[in-house]
Design a protein around this ligand. Structure first.
Ligand code: UGA
Length: 421
């Protein structure tokens, strides 16, 4: 099939390159010249495990452009994969979605063949039908579900595992209305053997939010139980091993520690809270999920001050800056509030991360960065913020370690504090 993809962030690029591997032809549309050049030189515009190899392997099957009309003319189906950031009040910012919809609409006006537009960006329920649809219809002077197809197909890609998640998803959710679009989808996803759930459009939008909100809730719940465990001298990891064996519960996403970051959970939970309030609901559980998550990284500071009450002038090492391992992404990373607080308290920070230092330096140019994890151990205390594999190789004996992510090796430190164990 011939596919165009608007937006080449991690969802767009992984989805597009994934489709080329399955034998499709893909055109990426982006407004960022640097990204276009990178893609056309087979360079991943983001760091994602396995992506570069796939881009090399399938280099004849894709290219990038900023020209909507060329890309839409030459394709049968367009995925909208642009970012949906948060507004100040937590609600979803649809600026990029709206501009993509308008541009697509303008181009569709001159296209006679049936074309399908699919929203893959995470959008609050009803956005596809109440925002995207009228914009495309107005610009194209055509009718959705008759003259062109419109659908919603949420993504469930984890950064760092996105390629694997693309090829082996737990499920594919397709929010569709017209039969023609449904059969095009069935053809596109024919090679996938996982359950395929066909719903209406707004249900597909809600499945995405409910999934992320549930996973975020599971983490905050694990952290709340973990905080109680810490006070009682219990290891939360052992507790959740026992809890997760109940097949109704499942062991995944019970890693207690310093909470969730990234570009999805914090933003999506807040957007769903805002949507709930807009329709007159009071989402108490989700508000508590955010509150627990905001407090959790500061637990590390409490534990640190138990051993070093005055941090002024003390050298504090930070292991890990990315919001999770295997990514250079620092959006909503738990390292941010931790570093902010350490700076406020006058500590001297030395930090290391295998991938995320360049990004972190843009936010915090004033702290020291080092090219090896060992150098970080040369400090009055070390905080483990991200669980990179290589942190399991270090020698922590004789060190003061506050561990936010359960690094087994670190437990051998002279003074060791786990956040929830
Ligand atoms: C998340 C979801 O897992 C994906 O299914 C979804 O597609 C994606 O958001 C999205 O909406 O685009 P991602 O944010 O890449 O993926 O990363 P996760 O692996 O889910 O981790 C999110 C945060 O939760 C990280 O900061 C991680 O350290 C934290 N976490 C995760 C925990 O603190 N404990 C856990 O048990 C699991």
């Amino acid at each position: 099939m011939k596919i165009s993809i608007v937006g080449s962030g991690y969802v767009g690029i992984v989805t597009g390159i994934g489709f080329t591997e399955l034998g499709n032809e893909v055109i990426f549309i982006d407004t960022d010249k640097a990204k276009i050049n990178a893609i056309n030189n087979q360079e991943p515009p983001i760091y994602e495990k396995g992506l570069e190899e796939l881009m090399m392997k399938n280099r004849d099957k894709y290219y990038a452009t900023d020209d909507y009309s060329e890309a839409i003319d030459k394709s049968d189906i367009t995925f909208i994969c642009v970012a949906t950031p948060s507004n100040e009040n937590g609600s979803i910012n649809l600026a990029y979605i709206k501009s993509a919809a308008k541009e697509i609409g303008k181009t569709l006006k001159n296209k006679s063949d049936f074309h399908v537009i699919v929203v893959k960006s995470t959008v609050v329920p009803r956005t596809t039908e109440e925002v995207v649809k009228p914009l495309i219809e107005n610009e194209s002077r055509k009718k959705a579900f008759e003259d062109f197809g419109l659908a919603m197909n949420p993504e469930f890609l984890r950064e760092g595992n996105a390629i694997e998640d693309f090829f082996s998803p737990d499920r594919i959710v397709l929010g569709v209305k017209d039969d023609r679009t449904k059969s095009i989808f069935e053809e596109l996803y024919v090679q996938f053997s996982c359950p395929k759930l066909i719903t209406d459009i707004k249900t597909a939008e809600m499945i995405k939010y409910a999934s992320n909100a549930f996973l975020a809730t599971k983490i905050s719940f694990a952290n709340e139980i973990g905080n109680i465990c810490k006070k009682l001298g219990i290891n939360a990891y052992e507790v959740f091993k026992g809890v997760g064996l109940d097949h109704r519960i499942n062991p995944a996403f019970f890693r207690a520690g310093i909470g969730f970051g990234g570009s999805c959970f914090p933003k999506d939970v807040k957007a769903l809270i805002a949507k709930a309030e807009e329709v007159g609901e009071n989402p108490k559980i989700m508000r508590a999920v955010v509150e627990v998550n905001d407090r959790q990284p500061l637990k590390m500071l409490e534990l640190l001050k138990k051993h070093i009450p005055n941090l002024k002038g003390k050298r504090i090492g930070i292991l890990g800056l990315a919001f999770k391992p295997d990514t250079d992404d620092i959006r909503e990373s738990r390292a941010i509030p931790i570093v902010e607080r350490l700076i406020e308290e006058g500590a001297k920070i030395i930090a290391y991360d295998p991938k995320a230092m360049d990004n972190f330096r843009k936010l915090f140019p004033q702290i020291e960065y080092t090219s090896s994890a060992e150098n970080v151990l040369n400090a009055d205390a070390v905080l483990v913020v991200t669980e990179w594999d290589e942190f399991e190789e270090l020698d922590y004996t004789e060190k003061v370690v506050i561990d936010g992510r359960m690094i087994e090796r670190a437990r051998k430190a002279a003074i060791y504090e786990g956040v929830c164990w």
